[in-house]
Ligand binder design. Structure first.
Ligand code: SAH
Length: 367
């Protein structure tokens, strides 16, 4: 019999499940807290439950079977990239970034991705499958447990398109921000999307307090189409209308991500057009000098060109930052660590390109 994924259940589902087992409703709260607040990884740790219930749960359900199979530690800024193996053998990556304001974890929402953005490594092998809520939660839980440090911020910006996995994403957000869970403020949660219009609108109606980041990357429909196949499906105007709707419904300002690619979208004209597009949305533009991916030929603009682009936006009244690059010395761009892993036949990263001292020592210490 397939075991039940109890960690993907929200409180209501857990209450129904406990009722089915003939248990009182308060047991659901206890189990929920063991899983989502105390981060238990075995039912036998749930000491406030009767032994018989622990046994039943153990027979019928599983708790996250995720294994950390590798970790790379940046010697520049302490950023850690984790590679987790899921129960079915799929691997996903997550990143821990340490900032002054707290620890931020970047999670994957899918194993692979089907969006096909030209500069992104995550999409090269296509989509394997959606992650469950428990697999999204598990990335945060495991990192918090491995480091012993509280995670205060979550960004859904790893591999996958979160709005292509809507229901599980919503469950993830509700559980991780719940009081009987890690209680991470929704304001500290960012979801990044390539612009799936109907689901941006649906998300707006949920009236959450999360930050929505739109991967814009171009200031005209034509250019956007060259970089992001999703633009063939949704016109730039429609995407921005959906963003406007999101802002109206939630009162939350959006972030616009813009990966700068030399000679493609980094001209003064691009900056001026971009300013026009986002001005009335009062959002924030986050510039990301494109991270070179070995399968692709895109090149970062020079430091001066990036600064010039930023200045131009500022002159046009736009709030803008250049993304601080974290972990430059470890497989930097989205999905690159996972790809390295999938490419190395034995999965043991024997090529010089992938070996880092940090990883080796961490492996001995922690995994
Ligand atoms: N699917 C979501 C989240 C994934 S990636 C989305 O599209 O937003 C998070 C951000 O990193 C996106 O803005 C994505 O376009 C960008 N990105 C991906 N690969 C990149 C690369 N090689 N260099 C710079 N930015 C990249």
């Amino acid at each position: 019999m397939e075991k039940t994924d109890i960690s993907s259940m929200d409180m209501e589902e857990l209450q129904n499940y406990m009722e089915l087992l003939g248990e009182k409703p308060f047991r659901a709260r206890q189990v929920y807290q063991w899983i989502h607040e105390k981060l238990a990884d075995r039912f036998e740790q749930m000491s406030s439950l009767p032994a018989a219930l622990r046994e039943t749960l153990d027979e019928q359900c599983f708790l996250s079977g995720m294994k950390a199979v590798d970790v790379q530690i940046s010697r520049l800024d302490g950023t850690r990239k984790y590679l987790f193996e899921l129960r079915d053998g799929n691997v996903i990556e997550s990143v821990l970034m340490r900032y002054h304001h707290g620890n931020s974890v970047c999670i994957s929402s899918q194993a692979g991705c089907r969006m096909g953005c030209r500069f992104c490594a995550s999409t090269i092998g296509g989509l394997k499958r959606n992650l469950t809520a428990s697999e999204m939660l598990g990335q945060v839980y495991r990192i918090q447990k491995l480091t012993g440090e509280r995670v205060s911020h979550v960004v859904v910006m790893g591999t996958g398109e979160p709005l292509d996995n809507y229901d599980q994403l919503l469950k993830f957000i509700r559980i991780i921000s719940s009081r009987q869970g890690l209680n991470i403020s929704q304001r500290n949660i960012t979801v990044s999307t390539c612009g799936i219009v109907p689901n941006i609108r649906r998300l707006a109606e949920e009236k959450l307090q999360i930050t929505l980041a739109l991967s814009l990357h171009a200031s005209s429909q034509d250019k956007r189409k060259q970089l992001m196949p999703v633009a063939n499906r949704y016109e730039l105007g429609e995407v921005l209308d959906a963003c406007r709707f999101y802002f109206q419904q939630t009162g939350r300002r959006l972030t616009f991500e813009y990966s700068l690619v030399a000679g493609v979208n980094d001209s003064g004209e691009d900056a001026r057009e971009l300013a026009e597009l986002v001005r009335d949305l009062h959002g924030h533009v986050n510039l990301i000098p494109v991270n070179p991916v070995k399968e692709r030929s895109f090149v970062q603009p020079s430091r001066q060109a990036v600064e010039a682009f930023k200045n131009k936006l500022e002159k046009n009244g736009i709030n803008v930052t250049i993304r601080r690059e974290m972990g430059r010395d470890i497989d930097g761009a989205c999905g690159q660590l996972r790809r390295s892993y999938l490419e190395s036949e034995s999965g043991s990263f024997k090529t010089s390109e992938h070996v880092s001292e940090g990883r080796t020592s961490e492996r001995k210490e922690k995994l």
